[in-house]
Design a protein. Sequence first.
Length: 373
Amino acid sequence: MENLKISCPCHFGLESVLSGEMKRLGFANVTSENGKVSFSGTLSDIAKANINLRTAERVLIELASFTALSFEELFQGVKAISWEDFICEDEAFPVKGWSLNSKLHSVPDCQSIIKKAVVRRLESKYGMSIFPETAAKHQIQFSILKDKVSIYLDTSGEGLHKRGYRRNSNAAPIKETLAAGILDIARVKGDSTVYDPMCGSGTFLIESFLRATKTAPGLRRYFAAENWKIFDKAIFKEARAEALDKIDRSVFLKGFGSDIDSEAVRLCIENSKKANAENRLSFKQMDVKDFSLTDIENGIVICNPPYGERLSDIRSAEALYRDMGRIFERKSGVNYYIISPHEDFEALFGRKADKRRKLYNGMIKCTLYQYFL
């Protein structure tokens, strides 16, 4: 299949980062909009995207986009899609999605209409009235925004933030895809030294290792489309082989993480071993108040400090931000990247950021505060 429109949702604020990734991978007709970046490609490109993209949440085939003000218009728009090109007689095709600011506001009703339209289309093509749906799942996704309907097939399955190395995590981990985007903004390279004094599950440091060594984030997992009959088994096999050939373990990246919680440190060590990064990363139990730049000549300090949800937690977070302002001193060659939702972070930290970038951590509006010399 040629010239498929392939759409990848991402965290708001990381569109330009994901667009850059796609261009470096050689994808064609890359376009960005809020929370999504798209390109034109083939089935091979879908495999390549799933395995290699660091900041995409999923890889979706965008099948159609049309306006629907009634259920009949929704039905006809979905029925017009060539579903038989993707779904075989025994394969499953569940439907899920959302609707916002649209006349068709009932999600269950929309799900039912879309499912019915797909069935009618496949009935006419396969001459069947009952579909067993016992084989591979093709997750149909829809979005309806201001009466504009978009219909997708999800090729990823589990979200792409699930790399395979972090089966266990602390209470409030940062998503791997968001962490990878921040590392792109911080320009972590093969010879970088990265510090995270509140390392949690170790995500920033492990993602730094994957980025520096050019290790594709999807090498350790499988994807929904691998079981689809339209995908030749060789497609994903070749994409993995190509990704493996790009790995460069000769780089000099070093990562140092610390956390006040001994259980978090244990998790970091365990996760770094799963990512084959234990020889480049080290972790220890330490209060951030004891973090020092004394022996650091240059490097990148990245952290995701606690946000605080209850009033008492917010006050604790604010006290922590003040401590960080004293501890994270200005020093030539040392850059800081701190993500926080607190609107008064800079005042609490004690100085204005050299640069700011709006990001969303899930549904939480945040700012990436950047300090460098």
